[in-house]
Design a protein around this ligand. Structure first.
Ligand code: MTE
Ligand code: MO
Length: 414
């Protein structure tokens, strides 16, 4: 069942229910992980208070914006230490983009492989206390308990990010011609918890290469680092970045999965090689198995759409006319086509997709459905992007990342 539409009073007036995150909190009651209620959202931009949250280590200590500094070092002509006010004096750039955690919808991979329980897109409460990165303390829960406790959907949102192109900041330091990689390091420290690895693979017998206490870091290839839409952002959705989203400064890497979007930037080091990063070479990798010699880091997202209305829980539907609706996005840029099927993929019809000029943002689509025959229906959607890539792009992989498969909706019409 969908929640009742009535919510709190706002500014003294009765209001609709505001979309709320489904949070997991640390021992101090601070949210460290949260999923977005996609079924309750309208429009293109996810309100900040409903924007999903993922932290792999312990979140960084908050830094006052006036005290914040980060460094640029390595293969540069002029190593620099910059303050927030320094980057705010540079030419600003605003990018609207989808952020999707590499593990979004990973349950659907398991379901495609034969897991009994069909995933749901309606959020249900998950472990409130502890969160996923504290779940291995004390009694160790089984993989089944973890998977049951923390569904995978809803770790995707869309935001408006304001900052400065990373290339402008790098030019200030002067990148040496030998540089091939920007190594970005966050202020957050910790020991990676193997639980997400166990969770995503559904196995605990996997070699967990313990890197000890590390800063969150990523090694971004220079061509993506120099793309004008790769920005260092200090604002999100028209206001200063919130701490948990990486304030004072975080990286925005449109088209690439969330793990590239390094929060709490501490250091940018230019290198002529790719350093080993836990969240790039151990976790967030695509491959057939842990010993696959062709394992490679998760980078750009596939091509994806899903049906946000109706969902299985809306069943039964009354005969008549319905609006089938949903969202579509791609790691390669704009979505150009969305098709809908109401007969389990036998026939497809073009959906109406909303026009807008932001190639990294998802597009809303809808399709009117006039249904007069009672019975069981399977609704599907399929997206195509400007590169001609058709959903799905990403095959099954052992860490179950970058799921972009077709997710059927089962409804009964009465
Ligand atoms: N410094 C740092 N940056 C990070 C992370 C982190 O743990 N530490 N998590 C990454 C992951 S896995 C995701 S999906 C996104 C989530 O960003 P959000 O919490 O702002 O939605 O941040 C990325 N950037
Ligand atoms: Mo993520």
């Amino acid at each position: 069942m969908r929640p009742e539409p009535e919510g709190e009073w706002v500014q003294g007036w009765p209001d609709r229910k505001r979309p709320k995150l489904m949070p997991s909190k640390d021992a101090e009651g601070r949210t460290v992980f949260a999923r977005t209620p996609l079924d309750q959202l309208e429009g293109l931009i996810t309100p900040t208070d409903a924007f999903y949250i993922v932290t792999q280590l312990s979140p960084a200590e908050p830094i006052h914006p006036d005290d914040y500094v980060f460094s640029i070092s390595g293969l540069v002509d002029r190593p620099l230490e910059l303050k927030l006010s320094d980057v705010q004096k540079m030419p600003a750039r605003t990018v609207r983009a989808v952020t999707e955690c590499a593990g979004d919808d990973s349950d659907w991979f398991r379901w495609q492989k034969g897991a009994a329980k069909k995933p749901s897109r309606i959020l249900t409460p998950q472990v409130e206390q502890g969160g996923w990165n504290n779940m291995d303390q004390g009694e160790k829960p089984s993989i089944e308990q973890i998977l049951e406790a923390i569904p995978s959907s809803g770790v995707v949102s869309a935001g408006e990010w304001t900052g400065v192109s990373l290339f402008e900041v790098l030019n200030l330091a002067g990148v040496k011609p030998e540089a091939t990689c920007a190594h970005l390091v966050g202020y957050d420290l910790g020991k990676p918890d193997p639980t997400p690895l166990y969770m995503s693979t559904g196995r605990t017998d996997i070699d967990y290469v313990d890197p000890g206490i590390i800063n969150y870091d990523k090694a971004l290839e220079l061509s993506k680092a120099l793309h004008p839409d790769t920005i260092l952002a200090w604002a999100m959705n028209g206001e200063h970045l919130q701490h948990i989203h990486g304030a004072p400064l975080r990286l925005v890497v449109p088209g690439w999965s969330g793990n590239w979007w390094v929060k709490w930037i501490k250091q940018i080091e230019l290198l002529d090689h790719t350093p080993e990063c836990y969240y790039q070479h151990q976790y967030f990798v695509l491959g057939e198995s842990p010993d696959d010699p062709n394992r490679k880091p998760c980078k750009q997202l596939g091509c994806k759409s899903f049906v946000s209305y109706p969902v299985d829980e809306d069943s039964p539907l009354k005969r008549g006319s319905h609006a089938i609706r949903g969202l579509a996005w791609s790691g390669e840029g704009a979505i150009t086509r969305v098709e809908v099927s109401v007969d389990d993929g036998k026939t497809w019809h073009d959906a109406h997709i909303e026009e807008h000029g932001d190639r990294w943002l998802w597009r809303r689509w809808m399709c009117r459905w006039d249904v007069s025959e009672p019975g069981k229906y399977v609704i599907k959607s399929r997206a195509t992007d400007e590169q001609g890539r058709v959903q799905p792009q990403q095959p099954w992989n052992y860490q179950q990342k970058h799921f972009d498969g077709i997710t059927p909706v089962d409804v009964e019409v009465i």
